[in-house]
Design a binder for this molecule. Structure first.
Ligand code: APR
Length: 258
């Protein structure tokens, strides 16, 4: 952190389910993770939805009920504060729980969609927000054409939204510092973002109480839960970078056109 000139740092942050664990949202692969008790192939694939949309929607309705009772924690709030105090921060999340938005983050790239949005299976209109818990009807239908609605999330075997993915790749190429918070770094393509950032010379910091396949490769590992680690990291970063915190346009690297 000491070596980088402070006035032209841009930050990128990649978050996973672990950042919401202290808010009460179950992770996927932890000891009490969703995939320990449920089979993703039965609940989170286009094939499963075609086979039994009611089963899939009952599960998403249950998850919305669970997540709806959760509130952002200190890590979510710190990221919202970091956005307020920096001109160059991109927050890339794999999470569909909407807790980043609830904490006030707006510069957000959602790679896997959002539990609180529904979309028409015929594509007759753009996705819409629906925060009803429980949903009045299972399965819900498109208010426009009456076709089946589906959660606006990315299921296994589906491509990520192209615009979100491109925004994530370009943030990883551009950033000087990348924080990787609460992800097992097992799911592609998000797990490649820190590697791309390192290839482009960024300093990568992992915040996770447990080791991941990334741990050996990153510049710094903070083996603590996010709600404790991130506020402390941000205080230290602000102290050692710039009292004025006015980050101008990210530095132009020799190999990149102005
Ligand atoms: N603070 C920080 N990290 C934590 C905390 C915490 N309090 N608690 C757990 N973790 C870490 C775990 O050690 C684990 O490495 O969070 C990680 C959660 O990993 P996963 O459950 O695999 O979640 P994630 O990496 O987000 O999964 C990626 O897989 O199932 C799909 O689409 C789903 O977006 C998800 C993707």
């Amino acid at each position: 952190m000491q070596s980088l000139p402070h006035h032209n740092r841009s930050l990128a942050v990649l978050t996973g389910a672990g950042i919401s664990a202290e808010s009460g949202v179950p992770t996927f692969r932890g000891p009490t993770g969703l995939w320990r008790n449920y089979h993703p192939e039965e609940l989170a694939t286009p094939h499963a939805f075609r086979r039994d949309p009611e089963l899939v929607w009952a599960w998403y309705d249950w998850r919305r009920g669970l997540v709806g009772a959760c509130r952002p924690n200190a890590a979510h709030h710190t990221l919202a504060d970091m956005e307020q105090h920096s001109a160059c921060l991109t927050l890339i999340t794999q999470n569909v729980d909407g807790l980043h938005q609830l904490a006030g983050s707006s510069q957000l790239v959602e790679l896997h969609g959002n539990l609180w949005r529904l979309r028409c299976t015929r594509g007759c209109r753009p996705p819409w927000e629906d925060r009803a818990v429980p949903l009045p009807a299972i399965p819900p239908r498109c208010p426009g054409c009456g076709a089946l609605a589906r959660p606006d999330v990315v299921w296994f075997g589906e491509p990520l939204p192209a615009a979100a993915l491109e925004a994530a790749w370009s943030a990883a190429r551009r950033c000087q510092v990348m924080l990787v918070i609460g992800t097992s770094a097992l799911v592609q393509p998000p797990a490649s973002l820190p590697l791309l950032a390192m290839e482009h010379g960024a300093r990568v910091v992992e915040i996770n109480p447990d080791p991941t396949p990334l741990s050996e490769r990153v510049d710094e590992v903070i083996r603590q839960p996010a709600a404790a680690a991130l506020p402390a990291w941000w205080r230290k970063y602000r102290r050692t970078t710039d009292p004025g915190l006015s980050w101008a346009k990210p530095a132009v690297r020799p190999e990149e056109p102005a």
